[in-house]
Structures are given as structure tokens and as C-alpha cells.
Ligand binder design. Structure first.
Ligand code: PEP
Length: 252
């Protein structure tokens, strides 16, 4: 099955104009395998200055969050229309930091996914279990409970336009990566969960792995059958390392 392969950079609230400029310059020489897309998700003020996306076909802009509302009295929020106007194509939704620090529930995440799809943008829907949940053998229950409200809100057919990022919370920013086998096993579970709803759609949804991915461990992770790229935090702030990760991803 040919699926799109995506390497997405989540800068979180990091970076500055200097990083933007070095990414713009550094990514000009990036060589990507066929069918691989790179998505840069900086903080909103740096979306437009990341002009590399206007020069390179397979490099795109992504936001880290969006409002579920289209406009109005929501101080501090950004709408899908505003992102669209700035040529953004992807939006990270439901990152574990949003779920934990800003108490975003899975039903709120589901409404955001709906808003993103309605604007013809691609949501990168993040799901993942905590360390305690994995130890208590609750990983599958937690992932199901994060996915089901989104399926209920938008319908499984719409998942054809959704990218899912599996990010075990215990692996984010900790240097602890899931082993390729553990990540594959969980990705297989996610694909099966979607298959139970619609096998054709499930086969086409890119499943990214995120959690301390770096230049040294990405090759084995990306080689797994159900891993279609990665969501990269810390390592996406280093131009050379990020380039290695991007060119390690193999499309078809
Ligand atoms: C992330 O924040 O999405 C992430 C995967 O971070 P890191 O790569 O730093 O673990």
C-alpha cells in the first residue's frame, strides 16, 4: 500500500528569526525521496517568514494549534481562515502538551479536527498514552478513547484527509524513544482500530511516530510497516539533523 510519508517539525514555543533564516537557507539543498512531504510547524509569527515553503514543492507550513471557531471574541486565538490566508496547509491538533497544560479534551480536539477539515486543511491529530497508562496496560484503551470522539464528530470517511501522530507522552522530549517494535505494534493497533470502521480509509491514513526521534534512531523507526514518517520536536530545531531525518524518510 502506498501512503504519503510525512516528516513534520514541531518547534513548540522555540526558535527565533535566526533559526527561520537558517532553515530557509539550509532546506534549499534538502533532497527528499519521492512521495515524502516535509511540514514545518513553527509558532505562528514565524509562519510567513519561513519562505522556503514558497520555493520547494514538498515543504509545507503547519500551525501548532487552531481555534475551533471561525471568528469572534476569542482573544489570543487564531482561526483556520487566518491560517489558510497565510498558506498554511497542516495543523497539529491535540498535542499532548495542549491536552495536559491547556486541558483540551478529546471532544474539543474532535471539534478542532472538524474545523480544520472544513477549511480544507490537513489535521495532524496527536494521540498517545502516559507512562502510567502504558504500565497499567491501558495504551489501547487510551488511544481508542482519543480516536473515537474524532470519528464520531467527523465520520471515518473524512479520515482520508487526516494524518495521525502517535506520540507516547513518556517519549516526548525525554530522550526515551519507543523501540521500533513497540512503535510498530502500537501503530498496527491504531491501523486496526481504523480498519474496523473502514479498511480502505485505514490503509491510506499516514501514521507518524513522535517522541525523541533523532538522526540516529529515525531509520529503524521509519522502516516499520505502519510508520509513515515522524513528528519531530527537539531534533527539528537543528537544521542539519532535521535534514538527515527528512532524507532518511523513504516514500515510494
Ligand atoms: C513533539 O513535541 O511532538 C515531539 C515529538 O518532541 P520530541 O521530538 O522533542 O520528543
Amino acid at each position: 500500500m502506498t501512503r504519503r510519508v510525512i516528516v513534520a517539525a514541531n518547534w513548540k514555543m522555540n526558535g527565533n528569526l535566526e533559526l527561520v533564516n537558517s532553515m530557509n537557507a539550509g532546506l534549499e539543498s534538502l533532497v527528499l525521496s519521492n512521495n515524502v512531504d516535509v511540514v514545518l510547524c513553527p509558532s505562528d509569527p514565524y509562519l510567513v517568514p519561513l519562505s522556503i515553503v514558497t520555493k520547494t514543492e514538498n515543504i509545507h507550513l503547519g500551525a501548532q494549534n487552531v481555534s475551533e471557531h471561525l471568528s469572534g471574541a476569542f482573544t489570543g486565538e487564531v482561526s483556520t481562515t487566518m491560517l489558510q490566508e497565510m498558506s498554511v496547509q497542516y495543523v497539529i491538533v491535540g498535542h499532548s502538551e495542549r491536552r495536559s497544560f491547556y486541558k483540551e479534551s478529546s471532544t474539543e480536539v474532535a471539534r478542532k479536527v472538524k474545523a480544520v477539515l472544513a477549511a480544507n486543511l490537513t489535521p495532524i491529530l496527536c494521540i498517545g498514552e502516559s507512562e502510567a497508562e502504558r504500565s497499567a496496560l491501558k495504551t489501547e484503551t487510551v488511544l481508542s478513547a482519543q480516536l473515537q470522539p474524532v470519528i464520531d464528530e467527523v465520520g471515518i470517511e473524512k479520515f482520508i484527509d487526516v494524518v495521525i501522530a502517535y506520540e507516547p507522552v513518556w517519549a516526548i522530549g525525554t530522550g526515551k524513544t519507543a523501540s521500533p517494535e513497540m512503535a510498530q505494534e502500537t501503530h498496527q493497533f491504531i491501523r486496526q482500530f481504523l480498519t474496523n470502521e473502514n479498511a480502505d480509509v485505514a490503509n491510506k491514513v499516514p501514521l507518524l511516530y513522535g517522541g525523541s526521534v533523532n538522526a540516529a534512531n529515525c531509520e529503524k523507526l521509519f522502516a516499520q510497516t505502519d510508520i509513515d514518517g515522524g513528528l519531530i520536536g527537539g531534533a527539528s530545531l537543528k537544521v542539519d539533523e532535521f535534514k538527515v531525518i527528512c532524507s532518511t524518510a523513504k516514500g515510494s
